[in-house]
Design a protein around this ligand. Structure first.
Ligand code: BEZ
Length: 243
C-alpha cells in the first residue's frame, strides 16, 4: 500500500520530442501496429473517457465530420478508450443511427477506435490520471509526426470537450514551422505573419534590424516576423490533388 513514506511511483508520460511508444492493438478497423502503420503520415492519437457518454459523443461526431479536412493535411485520426471492442461498435452504430448534434447527423466514424480494456496502452501514454478518474482515460491528445516523433501533447479533463478547430490549427502550424523553418505566434492562422527565430541563420542583430527588406520585419533584435501568404502555405502543406 502507498503511504506517506512510500509515495506512488511517478507516472511515466511520453514527452514532446520523444518517439511515440509502440504497441499493437485491436480496433474497430482491425489490428494496428502503432505508430509503424502510420509512417509517413501525421497522426492525432487521442483518448476519451468512455463510450455512450455525451461529451465523448459530441467529440466523435465533430472529429468524424472533420476527418477529410485532417486527411487533406496528411493527418490520420486514431482514438482509444478503456472500453471493449463490442462496446465501441455498438456506440458508433448508435451515434450513426440515432444522434443529431448541431448540424451533424448520420455520422459514420471510420477512423480506428482502439479497445484497451486492460489499460495497457492508456497507462503507457499517461492517459490515466487517478486524481481525475482511476478507471477512465482523460481526454489526451498526442500529435505524432511522419517519423513517429511526438510533437504536441494536450490534456483535457473529463468534463471539457475539445476544440477540434484548434487541433487542425496545431497540425497546420507544426507543418508550416517544419516546412518554412519558422515559428508561429499566439493564435496564429495561415496567412498571418510568422516568427523568424533569432540566432545563427538570420545574421547579426544589427543586420536583422536593418533587414526590413527581404520581407523580414524586426520590432527588436529578438522579435522578427515575415509574411508568408496563405496560398503559399496551403500549396506547401496541403496534400496535392485534394480539393
Ligand atoms: C462525457 O463524455 O460526457 C463524460 C465522460 C466521463 C465523465 C464525464 C462526462
Amino acid at each position: 500500500m502507498t503511504t506517506a513514506e512510500t509515495p506512488a511511483p511517478a507516472t511515466v508520460m511520453p514527452r514532446i520530442g520523444e518517439p511515440a511508444p509502440a504497441f499493437t492493438a485491436v480496433t474497430t478497423q482491425g489490428e494496428i501496429d502503432f505508430p509503424a502503420d502510420y509512417a509517413g503520415r501525421w497522426v492525432i492519437f487521442f483518448s476519451h473517457p468512455a463510450d455512450f457518454t455525451p461529451v465523448c459523443t459530441s467529440e466523435f461526431m465533430t472529429f468524424a465530420s472533420m476527418q477529410k479536412e485532417f486527411a487533406a493535411y496528411n493527418t490520420a485520426l486514431v482514438g482509444l478508450s478503456v472500453d471493449g471492442l463490442y462496446s465501441h461498435i455498438a456506440w458508433l452504430r448508435t451515434i450513426k443511427d440515432k444522434i443529431s448534434f448541431r448540424d451533424m447527423k448520420n455520422v459514420e466514424v471510420t477512423f480506428p477506435l482502439i479497445e484497451d480494456v486492460s489499460m495497457r496502452i492508456a497507462e503507457m501514454y499517461g492517459m490515466i490520471m487517478p486524481g481525475e478518474d482511476s478507471t477512465k482515460a482523460v481526454r489526451a491528445v498526442f500529435v505524432i509526426d511522419p517519423e513517429g516523433k511526438i510533437r504536441t501533447v494536450i490534456y483535457y479533463p473529463l468534463s471539457l470537450g475539445r476544440n477540434f478547430d484548434e487541433l487542425l490549427r496545431v497540425i497546420k502550424a507544426l507543418q508550416t514551422a517544419d516546412h518554412f523553418a519558422v515559428a508561429t505566434p499566439a493564435d496564429w492562422r495561415p496567412g498571418e505573419p510568422v516568427i523568424v527565430p533569432p540566432a545563427g541563420s538570420c545574421g547579426t542583430a544589427a543586420q536583422r534590424m536593418s533587414e526590413q527588406n527581404d520581407g523580414l520585419h524586426c520590432e527588436d533584435w529578438f522579435f522578427c516576423t515575415k509574411d508568408i501568404p496563405a496560398d503559399q502555405i496551403e500549396s506547401a502543406i496541403r496534400v496535392k490533388g485534394d480539393a
